[in-house]
Design a protein around this ligand. Structure first.
Ligand SMILES: Nc1ncnc2c1ncn2[C@@H]1O[C@H](COP(=O)(O)OP(=O)(O)OP(=O)(O)O)[C@@H](O)[C@H]1O
Ligand SMILES: [Mg+2]
Length: 272
C-alpha cells in the first residue's frame, strides 16, 4: 500500500497522521494516544501542552523513533523517525540533564560525538565541544563537574551535547521543569537565541502556559482520555521575544486562550 505522504514541495519537517499508541498492563490494553495528526514546518518552534499523563512524552517518543505506534504514520525529514534517529537528525533533551557525574562539562558534551564521529580526530571533537559550550554561554565552566554546576547550567550542558551532533530537530521534554522561575525565563530566551541562530526545528513539551506562549510559533493543546490534540493555536507575537513580550496584550490573549483549552483538556468547564 503506498504511503499517504505529504507533497514534497510543501513537505513539513515532521509529519504524523492517525497516530495511536496502546499500552498493555495486567492483561488490559489502554489507548494512550488516539488518532493524532501533526504537521510541523522546517524551522518551526512547536510546543505540546496538556494535563499530566495525557501522553505528551509518549507522543514525543513516537516522533523521536523511541516508540512504535500501534497505528498511523510518522515522518521526520521524509524518513521514518527510527531512520531519522539513526541518521542522527534528532537531538533529545529531557527534564533531567542526564550527565555523567564523573566527567566535566566539556567531556560530557564530547560523549555522543566520541561514539558517532569515529572519523574525526580528538582535537576536532574537543574544538567542537568547546564551541558548543561557548554557544550555551558556559565556556568558563568547561572543567567543572555536574555537581559543581547549577541546574540551569547542567541543562545548558545537555543542550550543548545535543547541539554538538548538529541535529535538524531538537525534541525537548520539559527541559526547564526543574528550574526556578527566573532561571527558566533566562533559559527560554537563551533557547530562542539558539533557535534563531541555528534554524533548527524544535518540539518542546511543557506544563507552563507562559513558557509555551513565550517560545512557540504554534502550540498544540492536548487533552486526555485518550490523548488527542484539542486545538493547535498560532502564537502571533513578534520575535525576538524578550522580557517585555510577557507584558504585551497579545501575550495575555494567547495565555487566556490556552488556559481555557487546558481546562477543556482536564474535562473542566472553562469560566467564560
Ligand atoms: N511504558 C508504559 N507502559 C504503560 N503505560 C505507560 C507507559 N508510559 C506511559 N504510560 C501511560 O501513558 C499515559 C501517558 O503518559 P506520558 O508519560 O506520555 O504522559 P505525559 O503527558 O508526558 O505526562 P507528564 O506531564 O506527567 O509528564 C499515562 O497514563 C501513563 O501512565
Ligand atoms: Mg511527560
Amino acid at each position: 500500500m503506498p504511503l499517504d505522504t505529504p507533497q514534497a514541495d510543501a513537505a513539513p519537517h515532521i509529519w504524523a497522521r492517525g497516530v495511536s499508541v496502546d499500552f498493555a498492563h495486567a492483561g488490559q490494553t489502554t489507548r494512550v494516544l488516539h488518532n493524532i495528526d501533526l504537521s510541523i514546518p522546517r524551522g518551526g518552534f512547536v510546543s505540546l501542552i496538556g494535563p499530566s499523563g495525557c501522553g505528551k512524552s509518549t507522543l514525543l517518543k513516537v516522533l523521536a523513533g523511541l516508540l512504535q505506534p500501534a497505528a498511523g504514520q510518522v515522518q521526520v525529514a521524509g524518513v521514518s523517525p527510527g531512520e531519522a534517529a539513526r541518521q542522527r537528525r534528532i537531538g533529545l533533551v529531557f527534564q533531567e540533564a542526564t550527565l555523567m557525574p564523573w566527567k566535566n562539562a566539556l567531556d560530557n558534551v564530547k560523549v555522543l560525538m566520541e561514539v558517532a564521529y569515529k572519523d574525526r580526530s580528538k582535537d576536532e571533537i574537543t574544538q567542537r565541544a568547546t564551541d558548543m559550550l561557548r554557544l550555551v554561554g558556559l565556556e568558563k565552566a568547561a572543567l567543572k563537574r555536574p555537581s559543581q554546576l547549577s541546574g540551569g547550567m547542567r541543562q545548558r550542558v545537555s543542550v550543548a551535547r545535543a547541539l554538538a551532533m548538529d541535529p535538524e530537530v531538537l525534541m525537548m521534554d520539559e527541559p526547564f521543569g526543574a528550574l526556578d522561575a527566573i532561571t527558566r525565563e533566562e533559559m527560554s530566551e537563551f533557547l530562542l537565541e539558539i533557535w534563531q541562530r541555528t534554524g533548527k526545528t524544535i518540539v518542546f513539551v511543557t506544563h507552563s502556559i507562559d513558557e509555551a506562549v513565550f517560545l512557540s510559533k504554534q502550540v498544540h493543546v492536548m487533552g486526555t482520555g485518550p490523548a488527542r490534540i484539542i486545538e493547535s493555536i498560532p502564537i502571533d507575537l513578534p520575535y525576538p521575544r524578550v522580557e517585555e513580550t510577557y507584558s504585551l496584550p497579545a501575550f495575555a490573549t494567547a495565555s487566556g486562550r490556552l488556559r481555557r483549552l487546558l481546562k477543556e483538556g482536564h474535562g473542566l468547564k472553562a469560566a467564560s
